[in-house]
Design a protein around this ligand. Structure first.
Ligand code: C5P
Length: 208
C-alpha cells in the first residue's frame, strides 16, 4: 500500500545518478536527482556574489529556487560541486528543500538519489540502496566524465576534491552522508554501469 519510494544514497561519483535514473525507468517511477537542488542553490548564491557558507544568503537562495534553476547547464564542475556541498551543510537550506522532495516522492512514488534520502527525507522508503566505490575509482570516473565534456581536468586534483567533498558531507552535523541502518550496500568499484544496474534492480525487485 502507499507509494513506492526507492532511496539511492552514497558519496560523490559512485554511480548513484546513472543507477537511480535507470531504476526509475525500469520501474516506471519518476526520478529526482536531489543533488541538483543543492547545486542550483549553490549556483544562485555564487551568482549573487555571496559566499556559499553564508547561511542567510543560502537560505534566501533556497527559498527563491525555481524549476528553471534546475535546467541550467552550469550546475556541474568543481565550483558548483563545492558550492553545493557548502550550502548543503546549512540546516535552513536543507529544511527549505525538504517539502519539495517529500511531495515529489509522495505524489506517485519515485526513485530519489542523494545523501540523506534513506536517513532523513524518506526514512520509511520501501528500498534503500547505499552506493559506494573506492575513492580512486570514483575520481577516475569523474575525471573521464569531465574529459568527455571537454573540461580540462587533473586526476590528482579531482581526487582531492572528491575527498574534500566526501569529508564535508560526512562530517556535517545535519543529515550527514551515511548509510541508513536498513540500507543495502552496493559497491560499484568493479562494476560497469550495466552490471551496477543489474545488481541494483535485482535488490529492488526482491524487496518490492
Ligand atoms: O549528488 P551530487 O554530487 O550532485 O550532490 C551535490 C552535493 O549536494 C553533495 O556533495 C551534497 O553536499 C549535497 N547533497 C546533499 N543531500 C542530498 C543530495 C546532495 O547534501 N540529498
Amino acid at each position: 500500500t502507499g507509494t513506492t519510494v526507492v532511496a539511492v544514497d552514497g558519496p560523490a561519483a559512485a554511480g548513484k545518478g546513472t543507477l537511480a535514473r535507470r531504476l526509475a525507468a525500469a520501474l516506471g517511477l519518476p526520478y529526482l536527482d536531489t543533488g541538483l537542488l543543492y547545486r542550483a542553490v549553490g549556483r544562485r548564491v555564487l551568482d549573487a556574489g555571496a559566499d556559499p557558507r553564508d547561511a542567510v544568503a543560502a537560505e534566501a537562495a533556497a527559498r527563491a529556487l525555481t524549476p528553471a534553476d534546475l535546467e541550467r547547464g552550469d550546475l556541474r564542475g568543481p565550483m558548483a560541486d563545492m558550492a553545493a556541498s557548502a550550502v548543503a551543510a546549512i540546516p535552513a537550506v536543507r529544511a527549505a528543500l525538504l517539502d519539495f522532495q517529500r511531495d515529489f516522492g509522495r505524489a506517485h512514488g519515485a526513485v530519489l538519489d542523494g545523501r540523506d534520502i534513506g536517513t532523513v527525507v524518506f526514512p520509511d522508503a520501501r528500498v534503500k540502496l547505499f552506493v559506494t566505490a573506492s575513492v580512486e575509482e570514483r575520481a577516475r570516473r569523474r575525471f573521464l566524465e569531465l574529459q568527455a565534456r571537454g573540461v580540462a581536468a587533473d586526476l590528482m586534483q579531482v581526487t582531492s576534491e572528491i575527498r574534500d567533498r566526501d569529508a564535508q558531507d560526512a562530517n556535517r552535523p545535519v543529515a550527514p552522508l551515511r548509510p541508513a541502518e536498513d540500507a543495502i550496500l552496493l559497491d560499484t568499484s568493479t562494476l560497469d554501469a550495466e552490471a551496477a544496474f543489474a545488481a541494483g534492480l535485482a535488490i529492488v525487485k526482491d524487496r518490492l
